[in-house]
Design a protein around this ligand. Structure first.
Ligand code: SF4
Length: 426
């Protein structure tokens, strides 16, 4: 799917500024950086953390961890005071040492088509400044997809990608990755289980966030451990309960971590491919110099759990005169031979300073038809949400704001921003 956003569209609603209502409707202060976060800890880590803090007896730690887990991930609370079956003294002990607060939401924008974008601010972890991260929600018929960031900025420099022009500031922690999902569910009223007693079966129908894609800022496989913990918590059946078939991790091709993604996370895989030969891919996706196409495709063929029902999504941005010829389409089909795959064709959205143009519509259609005729689904990701600049490859946090000149240029051009959502299979 693509989302394109027109900054001049007056229908965009800027809903929030500085200070944000959370799930309970009250203004939240944001995360206290002096306190250790409990969000993002595995169940085992949570139990160990409680025991080590000296506020829970060792033999009670697992039971307490499970109680707190339920409050965090089924009921969606962000305040220890709401944990009504946890004793007052323990709640006070938790409050003193730990945080389960949501990040501050600096801004929330809602597009005329229902697409939402949040700018969230996280405190510094260790040295450094607070960081800001964008998260995008795209509602569609029958599902809602949340595009989550894994890093602030990116260390890779894919030449078509605006995010790639922002230096890597730091990896996001598991807490910060999960917080993006929790905030989205708060803001969408998507914690319908707030009254579900512990141990009860949680209904999954009607969820507003039904899919997540790790396609926001950053390369998720350069932050593997935190991404893994966050996604395992997001898919925990006794919690947020997202099916792993509805979680897609998109990588530029960090080959050594691809098998581990399948084995240890078990989610769907998407590859930012964009070129069908090493010479061009070295230029568009420079990590290709380290992990060339031959190795990347081998890792794809061997991806754990790969089948016709669990295909790999290949993302292919359409760049005029660069990678959009029929010869490229033929080579793509040859390259993907033997890999259950679908190909998302993404019309390029130019940004100020970018060296590329978007392919003509007829060229994109011819390219798509050829791939389709050869047995691969090849949807062209049509623009949506023209009004809130929520693009894959265009997300750029306010930690590094656009220069005024560039922002003006963006606004004047009414640039179409895109977000690619590779989507796990239904
Ligand atoms: S496409 Fe992804 S990996 Fe490449 S620079 Fe952009 S954010 Fe980084």
């Amino acid at each position: 799917m693509t989302v394109s956003l027109d900054l001049t569209d007056k229908s965009v609603r800027e809903v929030l500024k500085e200070g944000t209502p959370g799930a309970g409707g009250a203004a939240l202060p944001g995360i206290d950086p002096a306190k250790k976060p409990l969000i993002g800890l595995t169940r085992t880590e949570l139990a160990e953390t409680l025991a080590q803090a000296g506020i829970v007896a060792e033999k009670q730690a697992r039971m307490r961890a499970s109680q707190i887990w339920h409050w965090l991930y089924i009921r969606g609370v962000s305040d220890f005071a709401a944990m009504s079956n946890v004793g007052k003294d323990l709640r006070a002990g938790l409050e003193e040492q730990f945080t389960i607060a949501r990040p501050e939401i600096v801004a929330e924008q809602i597009s005329s088509d229902g697409t939402r974008k949040w700018l969230m601010r996280f405190p510094p972890r260790g040295a450094g400044k607070p960081v800001e991260v964008e998260t995008v929600y795209i509602p569609e018929e029958g599902r809602g997809t949340l595009c989550i960031s894994s890093q602030v900025g990116c260390s890779l420099t894919c030449s078509f990608c605006h995010t790639g022009t922002q230096k890597l500031v730091r990896n996001l922690t598991a807490e910060e990755i999960l917080a993006q999902l929790l905030v989205a569910r708060d803001r969408l009223g998507d914690f319908p289980d707030a009254d579900t007693p512990q141990g009860a079966i949680v209904p999954l129908e009607g969820r507003k966030v039904s899919n997540i894609v790790m396609m926001g800022m950053g390369e998720p496989l350069y932050n593997f451990d935190h991404v893994k913990n966050a996604l395992l918590i997001a898919s925990d059946g006794d919690g947020l309960s997202l099916s792993k078939r509805r979680i897609t991790l998109s990588t530029s091709g960090v080959v050594p971590f691809i098998p581990r993604t399948g084995e240890e996370i078990g989610c769907m895989l998407a590859i930012s491919l964009h070129a069908v030969n090493d010479e061009l891919r070295d230029e568009l996706v420079p990590i290709n110099k380290r992990f060339p196409l031959k190795d990347l495709m081998q890792a794809c063929r061997e991806y754990p759990g790969l089948s016709n029902a669990r295909r790999i999504t290949f993302e292919y941005v359409m760049l005029k005169g660069v990678n959009d010829s029929l010869a490229d389409a033929k080579e793509l089909v040859r390259l993907l031979k033997g890999v259950p795959a679908k190909i998302n064709l993404i019309p390029f959205n130019p940004w100020p300073g970018s060296a590329y143009e978007c392919s003509d519509w007829d060229t994109i259609q011819t390219f798509a038809d050829f791939i389709n005729d050869n047995g691969y689904a090849s949807p062209i990701r049509t623009p949506r949400g023209r009004d809130i600049l929520a693009a894959c490859g265009q997300l750029k946090s306010e930690s590094e704001r656009l220069r005024k000149k560039d922002r003006d240029a963006l606004e004047n051009l009414s640039l179409q921003a895109m977000m690619i959502a590779g989507h796990g299979e239904d």
